[in-house]
Design a binder for this molecule. Structure first.
Ligand code: C5P
Ligand code: C5P
Length: 479
């Protein structure tokens, strides 16, 4: 049974962690920060890096994909005295403690802990306080809860906490807004004048892309006939008399009048209905827009969802350095490189979606899961983003989990799994499923109930997929 929610307990733990960080920084202890390579981990890295740098701490930042022995040994070569993990670690506590040896550890993570931490570990984790780390606070949010205790001037870092939580899709609720402890960062950010919130249409690139392109680039929610279909978007806009240009200038979603937005939304609903889909899908386009007001208009860092997607693109395209740079506040010419990476990332995702549409045989359907067999096609870093899109698109069976598989660099298998609402209601926890399956097959696996992943170096893929299917079916029977 889960313990009762105790946010004050978590805030006190964050304060304790801040005290330790301050002490280490003021004694010039050599600090190593290891953070996960997705948008949330990168935002957490930005928050911790900025805070340590403002304290003139002696620290090194490193972005990692997995806390496997090789990665940890490589990272520890700098011989740190104190190690901080962000957005990674709680799910692999025993392995970390063994590898980090006698050093002290701070873990700032929202993944369910695999066991009770030992005395050398201070863990800031919502699950220890009855708070759901998949919906109520992300790792960047936790890093912010720690760092806001270090100095009032760190209040501006709340904006990155918002970016991280959106990167982890913690706004995937009916209102499409951030809730729980994430709301604390939202309120701080508004108060310090770096964030504005509005209820509006949530198209991707709402301030940066021409309207037809913004609609076609939107994948949360995935809009059949529009996502990835720029020509259909242009036709829809023409049919509703919405002009694409104002003179020579391309208009953006944020330029649309209230009346035009209404016309666009009803056009999308009519289109979905005419193609046999539920019109209510379009209502997922209405939610809270988070605008980072200190960022320049037209920049991909101004809309917090676009910012997080930009970070994900850099992380997944192996340009983590670029992502950390923008999280630490670098702008200017760096943004040209960022734009190029985002274009490459989007192109790659579109290619995979096209391949999936053209290749129905790529999907193996089992009792409780649909497996996209991308072992010969998909790059291992891309499984997470693809799995989220396919799952939200409802391309496969909406009552089954989606698993996207790729070949890993060591010749093994990397998978990303996502559970639809229907399975969560039946008590399915994909994090537990992948933790068990990976442990049984000698790999790394874990995550949240709704989204989890695994990497297994040496395995018969069929055996892995059938094991996952069996474990999910068992969870449903036991619920
Ligand atoms: O490592 P971490 O917890 O930060 O990653 C969670 C992942 O799960 C993110 O890639 C996020 O996009 C995905 N997710 C999802 N659907 C949800 C919640 C999270 O695809 N409802
Ligand atoms: O890689 P992907 O986006 O599918 O990850 C989904 C979730 O599973 C993330 O929270 C990630 O941290 C977690 N995960 C894990 N162990 C792995 C792979 C992913 O805990 N080996």
């Amino acid at each position: 049974m889960s313990s009762p929610s105790n946010p004050d307990g978590l805030l006190a733990r964050a304060n304790e962690a801040a005290g330790i960080l301050k002490d280490k920084a003021s004694h010039s202890s050599k600090i190593l920060v290891l953070s996960h390579y997705d948008a949330d981990g990168l935002s957490a890295a930005g928050i911790l890096g900025s805070s340590l740098s403002r304290m003139k701490g002696n620290f090194q930042l490193r972005v990692i994909k997995e806390p496997d022995p090789q990665t940890l040994d490589d990272a520890l070569r700098c011989e740190p005295e104190f190690v901080v993990f962000a957005d990674i670690g709680s799910g692999y506590l025993e392995g970390l403690v063994e590898r980090i040896k006698e050093r002290e550890l701070l873990i700032i993570d929202h993944h369910p802990p695999s066991s009770k931490p030992s005395q050398r570990v201070v863990q800031v984790n919502p699950h220890d306080f009855g708070i759901d780390g998949a919906t109520d606070v992300s790792a960047a949010g936790l890093a912010y809860l720690v760092c806001r205790n270090l100095s009032p001037s760190n209040a501006d870092l709340s904006a990155l906490a918002v970016v991280g939580a959106l990167g982890d899709m913690q706004d995937k609720n009916k209102e499409r807004c951030l809730r729980g402890l994430n709301d604390l960062a939202v309120r701080d950010a508004v108060e310090c004048g770096c964030l504005k919130t509005d209820r509006d249409l949530l198209f991707f690139g709402r301030e940066t892309r021409p309207i037809h392109r913004a609609i076609s680039l939107t994948t949360t929610p995935y809009l059949p006939y529009l996502s990835g279909e720029e020509d259909n978007c242009t036709a829809l806009l023409a049919s509703r008399n919405i002009s694409l240009k104002d003179g020579e200038r391309w208009r953006t979603i944020s330029d649309l009048s209230h009346k035009e937005k209404q016309a666009l939304l009803s056009g999308i609903i009519d289109l979905l209905l005419s193609k046999g889909f539920k019109g209510s899908k379009a209502l997922e386009l209405i939610g809270t827009v988070y605008t980072l007001t200190k960022e320049p208009t037209g920049s991909p860092t101004r809309d917090a969802r676009e910012f997080s997607s930009t970070l994900n693109a850099c992380g997944r395209m192996d340009r983590q350095g670029l992502a950390v740079a923008i999280c630490l506040g670098e702008r200017g010419t760096v943004m040209d490189d960022v734009q190029e990476v985002v274009t490459g990332y989007r192109k790659r995702l579109a290619e995979y979606m096209e391949w999936l549409t053209q290749t129905p045989s790529a999907v193996t359907e089992l009792q409780a899961v649909c497996v996209v067999r991308g072992e010969e096609k998909i790059a291992e870093n891309m499984t997470g983003a693809l799995s989220s899109i396919i799952s939200s698109a409802g391309h496969l069976r909406p009552d089954k989990a989606t698993v996207v598989a790729a070949k890993s660099r060591d010749g093994g298998v990397k998978i990303s799994a996502r559970a639809p609402e229907a399975l969560l209601r039946k008590g399915v926890d994909l994090g537990l499923v992948l933790q068990k399956a990976a442990a049984a097959l000698g790999g790394f696996g874990g995550g949240h109930n709704v989204a989890a992943g695994a990497h297994i170096a040496s395995v018969n893929p069929e055996e892995l997929y059938h094991m996952i299917d069996r474990l999910i079916s068992e969870q449903m029977k036991d619920a």
